[in-house]
Design a protein around this ligand. Structure first.
Ligand SMILES: NC(=O)c1ccc[n+]([C@@H]2O[C@H](COP(=O)([O-])OP(=O)(O)OC[C@H]3O[C@@H](n4cnc5c(N)ncnc54)[C@H](OP(=O)(O)O)[C@@H]3O)[C@@H](O)[C@H]2O)c1
Length: 251
């Protein structure tokens, strides 16, 4: 299947991002494989091309505004529009036991640079190209651990989590998502946050019980929403006492 649709996925050289690029490639999208390391980007491009996707590596470090500007120019020079932006690049770090009292500002800053500021930088740089598409979709890859509602509920399995950097960065990303959805609600662009669920990747030393491919299904669903689809939601894997399914999560 081929389409004339183009998608950029940041952090697409491995994990959920690579799986998202593969699945969008299978749906006929031209996939721009965002990677901060050019060598890793080229390897991912080759893997995706071997699988039949129209894949092109794009060097982009989301924490580096010049790198974001160079990537934007590279894309703008070649494509008239961008149909999908998946802000997937993310890092997880903690200090000591990860508790708030042990958290250093250096860690907090590093995590926010990637998980929050990077999303705003990339989105704003690419908005003109997204606006040029007939119905662009922005997917911010967030997490259920960014849900203040779930992590404050003593009955929820995630309640024991008591860490600041990663969870609060995803809470901030959820708000960023809601505000972009609000600004863009009268246009044709839908903006949603994705919860892939706990997937086995380098991010968690492969401790997750879902596969990167399953996590990517969530981003792909939100990236390919129809005209009647929602905007401004945290949507994805719902941990529901054994009834594992997809749905809307509380902020
Ligand atoms: N795995 C889970 O259970 C889970 C659950 C919920 C949400 N998420 C979210 O899913 C997204 C993907 O994570 P993953 O699990 O697939 O982790 P991963 O395998 O560690 O992949 C993370 C990707 O982000 C890239 N990246 C990190 N910093 C970057 C930067 N400054 N600029 C550009 N790219 C950067 C990495 O590039 P390098 O290879 O160069 O490091 C890598 O490609 C993240 O946003 C994560 O928070 C994951």
């Amino acid at each position: 299947m081929t389409t004339d649709m183009t998608a950029l996925i940041t952090g697409a050289n491995k994990g959920i991002g690579l799986a998202t690029a593969r699945q969008l490639g299978e749906r006929g999208y031209t996939v721009l494989v965002g990677a901060r390391d050019p060598q890793r980007g080229r390897e991912a491009e080759r893997t995706l091309r071997d699988g039949g996707a129209d894949a092109h590596a794009v060097e982009v470090d989301v924490t580096d505004e010049e790198s974001v500007a160079r990537a934007t120019k590279w894309i703008t020079d070649r494509y008239a529009q961008l149909d999908v932006l998946v802000n997937n690049a993310g890092i997880a770090r903690g200090d000591g036991t990860g508790r708030p009292s042990e958290t250093t500002l250096a860690t907090l800053r590093a995590v926010y640079e990637t998980n929050v500021f990077g999303v705003v930088a990339v989105t704003n740089a690419l908005l003109p190209l997204l606006r040029a598409a007939p119905a662009a979709r922005i997917v911010n890859v967030s997490s259920e651990v960014g849900s203040i509602g779930l992590l404050s509920d003593p009955a929820h399995p995630l309640f024991p989590i008591a860490s600041v950097p990663y969870p609060s960065s995803k809470s901030a990303l959820n708000m960023v998502t809601a505000m972009y959805a609000k600004e863009l609600r009268d246009g044709r662009i839908k903006v949603n946050a994705a919860n892939p669920g706990y997937c086995a990747t380098d991010l968690n030393n492969h401790g997750g019980f879902r596969t990167p491919e399953q996590g990517a299904e969530v981003s792909v669903h939100l990236a390919t929403l129809g005209e009647d689809g929602p905007s401004g939601l945290l949507w994805g894997f719902v941990m529901d006492g054994g009834n594992n399914e997809y749905g809307v999560l509380p902020w």
